[in-house]
Write a protein that binds this ligand. Structure first.
Ligand code: ATP
Length: 282
């Protein structure tokens, strides 16, 4: 079997002076997987993403990204295998022009001027930012700034992308663009680990969900299963995706697929009508 793009082996991590945040945590993410990391505020999700790309080093265990031990690999080598979108886009923007921001990683990676230009143009096109190429990043709106961080990752062209609440600034059009991009990346074999508190988004886009709580992964499975775990509901009450929550409320098997819901609802209605008829009810 191919080596996973990301692996955590018995990883522990704690901030100085605080109790351990993560303990004996193991997980793997393979090429082509789009995995959501969910859990309560403060569970350690952003910390886990920073460990995954080597911005933090584990106190115990081993983190490997693209086959590199993040504790031992050079930052320049790690930047060729993993890239991260921060929770606040502003915190990772460092250039005065949109096109320079997108070109930053390829340029730093020593690529030829032609390749830097090609990647930059492609990333600006994919994120609908080409018309803003000469703008200052802080003159963009919040969703566009978020798209700019995505463009920078696209230009970095890494096998592992770590996205911290990628959809939080998007309007409906930007969200649709992002979801279309995600679908393409999954089929192209990119490994994506993302954090989200939007469980409808997760149910639509992530076939696998990890629930982080108490320092470890306490559930790992499809959204229908993990997002309805009472433990997660306890962490984030009322956050279950709306369609499965509706199924649950009216006694149908949970689904995130509108067509399946429709079919199950019709069958339930027909059964109910047949039952009423057999009882001689009006
Ligand atoms: N630089 C830091 N120094 C000390 N403690 C920190 C630091 N960054 C985060 N923490 C603490 O670590 C814990 C986990 O933070 P983290 O941001 O990883 O959680 P999270 O699950 O991503 O939360 P959220 O959903 O609110 O973004 C929190 O208690 C936080 O206060």
């Amino acid at each position: 079997m191919a080596e996973p793009v990301l692996s955590f082996e018995q990883v522990g991590y704690g901030w100085d002076g605080a109790p351990p945040l993560l303990a004996s945590l193991s997980l793997t993410v393979a090429a082509g997987e789009c995995v959501a990391l969910v859990g309560a505020n403060g569970a350690g999700k952003s910390t886990l993403l920073r460990l995954a790309c080597g911005l933090l080093a584990p106190s115990d265990g081993r983190v490997s990204a693209g086959g590199l031990d993040t504790r031992l690999a050079r930052p320049s080598a790690l930047a060729r295998v993993a890239g991260m979108m921060f929770q606040e886009a502003e915190r990772q923007l460092c250039c005065g022009r949109v096109r320079d921001e997108v070109a930053f990683a390829p340029r730093l990676g020593g690529l030829s001027a032609t390749e830097v230009k090609r990647r930059t143009a492609r990333a600006l096109e994919a994120t609908a930012l080409a018309s803003h190429a000469d703008a200052h990043p802080f003159d963009l709106n919040a969703g566009e700034r978020r798209l700019l961080t995505l463009a920078a990752l696209i230009a970095q062209d890494v096998p592992l992308m770590l996205l911290d609440e990628p959809t939080r600034d998007f309007d409906a059009v930007q969200l649709a663009l992002f979801e279309a991009w995600l679908a393409r990346e999954k089929s192209a074999g990119r490994a994506i680990l993302l954090i989200s508190h939007d469980y409808d988004f997760v149910a639509r886009n992530c076939p696998r969900v990890l629930h982080l709580a108490g320092g470890g992964v306490i559930a790992d499975g499809p959204p229908e299963q993990v997002l309805h775990d009472p433990a997660l509901q306890g962490d984030s009450p009322g956050a279950a995706p709306t369609l499965p929550a509706l199924c649950r409320a009216i006694g149908l098997p949970p689904t995130t697929d509108a067509a399946c819901f429709d079919a199950a609802w019709r069958v339930a209605c027909e059964r109910r009508a047949a039952l009423s008829k057999s009882r001689g009810e009006a």
